[in-house]
Write a protein that binds this ligand. Structure first.
Ligand code: ZN
Length: 363
């Protein structure tokens, strides 16, 4: 082929590319509680150490609800591309990325850690001292056709795990793995109370605790969810609207209490959760959906020798562990799969707790 023919082919291919659409879709938060599907410029070719992902599925979490309705302490600028948790396929690789290949199915860790501070070097990624923000919350996120991310934050999806399920790994599953096993150090045979067992993380916590042979107590807000939680394997399901959960847990444990409480509801349940703990028990919390502040009885805290863990996010190792669990058959409970246009309605359902399991947004 002559140089002139090659140049002409290149020109034709560029023109075809341009006519195909130089723009791509991005779900963008333009104001509090207002998300629009915009056409934006695609990312440039990935730079050194970067991977370009073609997004396939987004998992929704409460952090998306916080971002959508606005949060006083969150430093960010609008417009902002939403989507904190995603799975996709490698579309292109920048120079120097040998660990991934084009076409590979992957998830991405959405916190822009530095990779060099002591916490990062020790694998405690969620304690990074120089984190550049959480994608989809502080900086542009994953809810767009293509995005460039640091390749070191990309984790391959094992064979046999669907992209839909994998999209629940980086935030929901990894958060639960970090809470239960790194922080609360849940052991086989122990008892655990999982608050809000119908939520995305609640359903994952029930399944993970049952998988290692724990006795699981859980709370739900209606009878339909109670039946579903039971079907997941929960041993004791309490409808917190019709019964005082702390009374039921204490009665069922012979007034001893449980070894671990998995909290994320906040002020509405926090003191009741402490009352459910055995002496020396562990409470781990990653959320405060019912408000931000509560009172704690310090006398009870030290005389009962409770251990309380605050947990936020997870490590890259937890993401890999989550995907490995999925490959072993411990899959996420999916409430619904919705389209990009239904993103805001899905957030509203999540906010009103009208879900059982995860909501996935398909591309
Ligand atoms: Zn760091």
């Amino acid at each position: 082929m002559s140089a002139a023919t090659a140049a002409a082919d290149q020109a034709r291919s560029d023109a075809a590319g341009a006519s195909r659409s130089p723009r791509m879709r991005a779900l963008t938060l333009v104001a509090d509680r207002r998300i629009e599907l915009l056409e934006v410029a695609p990312p440039p070719p990935p730079g050194p150490g970067e991977a370009q992902l073609k997004i396939g599925a987004i998992g929704l979490n409460h952090i998306d609800v916080w971002g959508w309705r606005g949060m006083a302490f969150a430093k960010r600028k609008l417009p902002l591309v939403v989507g904190v948790e995603a799975a996709g396929v490698i579309a292109a690789l920048g120079p120097g990325v040998a660990s991934l290949r084009i076409g590979q199915r992957v998830v991405a860790y959405g916190a822009l850690t530095c990779g060099t501070c002591r916490a990062c070097r020790e694998g405690r990624d969620n304690l990074c001292e120089n984190v550049g923000g959480i994608m989809g919350f502080h900086v542009d996120g994953f809810a767009r056709d293509r995005v460039n991310v640091p390749a070191r934050l990309v984790v391959p999806v094992p064979d046999g795990v669907s992209l839909r399920d994998a999209a629940c790994a980086p935030v929901a599953f990894a958060t639960v793995v970090h809470m239960l096993f790194d922080n609360a150090k849940l052991e086989p045979g122990e008892s655990i109370l999982v608050q809000a067992g119908g939520s995305g993380i609640g359903t994952a916590a029930i399944k993970m605790a049952k998988a290692i042979g724990c006795t699981v107590f859980t709370t739900v807000g209606d009878d339909a969810k109670a039946a579903k939680a039971k079907a997941l394997g929960a041993d004791h399901v309490i409808n917190y609207r019709s019964e005082r959960f702390e009374g039921v847990v204490r009665k069922l444990t012979g007034k001893k209490g449980v070894d671990v409480v998995f909290e994320h509801v906040g002020p509405q349940t926090f003191n009741g959760s402490l009352l459910c703990l055995k002496k020396g028990g562990r409470l781990v919390t990653c959320g405060s959906t019912s408000g931000q502040a509560t009172n704690v009885n310090l006398f009870q805290l030290y005389t009962q020798q409770y251990r309380i863990f605050g947990s936020f996010g997870a490590s890259l190792r937890n993401v890999r562990e989550s995907l490995a669990k999925m490959a072993d058959g411990l899959t996420p409970v999916v409430d619904t799969e919705v389209s990009l246009g239904e993103f805001e309605q899905a957030l509203a359902r999540l906010e009103s707790r009208q879900v059982f399991g995860k909501i996935i947004v398909a591309f």
